[in-house]
Write a protein that binds this ligand. Structure first.
Ligand code: ADP
Ligand code: MG
Ligand code: MG
Length: 207
């Protein structure tokens, strides 16, 4: 099955297409490399997955993506996303199917890994301000008996709201925390890259 690889290609293409935008956002509050870092990381991830003999299982593919991000991206976000992909991959098994419960479990594993490494909370103006609201949509209390595609769509909306929320708050983690109040009014680059990745996956699944 090539579908997992195709999903990765869709996400990678979206990240690479927004490289300059992500970099320009990061230039306002950080060191202006987020798009470059993410594009480099996803190209490396695609190469790593290209070399795999068997891409039929999500677990090993997600782990290969994560390891490529950790190895090839110097900045803060690459190793954090990398740890998230590795742990999401470890949370998969041969029984893993695409549904609300499995997405909830994978996202939870990824967020736990990102928090274990980066020690950020919701409201610190990071990727977590998008990832946590996305994850919340898949929790049983929100997803109830809704069909998968309704939940996926709600999470896409939540991702956009998360990005907008980061505009209103001061960065407390990473390089942007150095500019203090000047980070208000500017969306967090990692929050934007999380939204881009999620929405690319959503668009891919909707096809
Ligand atoms: P660097 O800041 O090292 O240049 P990037 O520019 O690639 O790395 O990534 C910056 C992004 O990383 C931020 O916009 C933020 O979303 C995310 N980030 C930074 N520190 C943390 C952290 N401790 N926890 C979660 N995300 C973080
Ligand atoms: Mg940067
Ligand atoms: Mg950097």
């Amino acid at each position: 099955m090539t579908r997992i690889k195709d999903a990765l290609d869709a996400v990678a293409a979206a990240v690479i297409a927004r490289k300059d935008y992500l970099t320009s956002l990061d230039a306002k509050t950080g060191d202006g490399d987020h798009g470059l870092n993410m594009a480099r990381g996803f190209r490396a991830a695609q190469e790593a997955v290209e070399e795999m003999d068997d891409t039929s299982q999500p677990g090993p593919v997600l782990q290969a993506v994560g390891k490529a991000l950790i190895r090839n991206v110097g900045g803060a976000a690459g190793p954090l996303y990398g740890a998230g992909f590795v742990k999401a991959g470890e949370a998969c098994d041969a029984e893993t199917r695409l549904n609300v419960a499995s997405i909830e479990k994978l996202l939870r594993a990824a967020i736990e890994a990102i928090q274990a490494r980066g020690r950020a909370e919701k409201g610190d103006k990071t990727m977590l301000d998008v990832l946590i609201p996305i994850h919340d949509c898949f929790l049983p209390e929100h997803a109830e008996d809704k069909p998968l595609f309704e939940v996926l769509q709600e999470a896409s909306k939540a991702a956009g709201e998360g990005v907008n929320y980061t505009k209103t708050i001061i960065a407390r983690k990473g390089r942007a925390s150095l500019v203090g109040e000047r980070s208000i009014g500017i969306e967090d680059p990692g929050a934007v890259s999380s939204m881009i990745m999620y929405r690319a996956l959503y668009q891919f699944l909707k096809r």
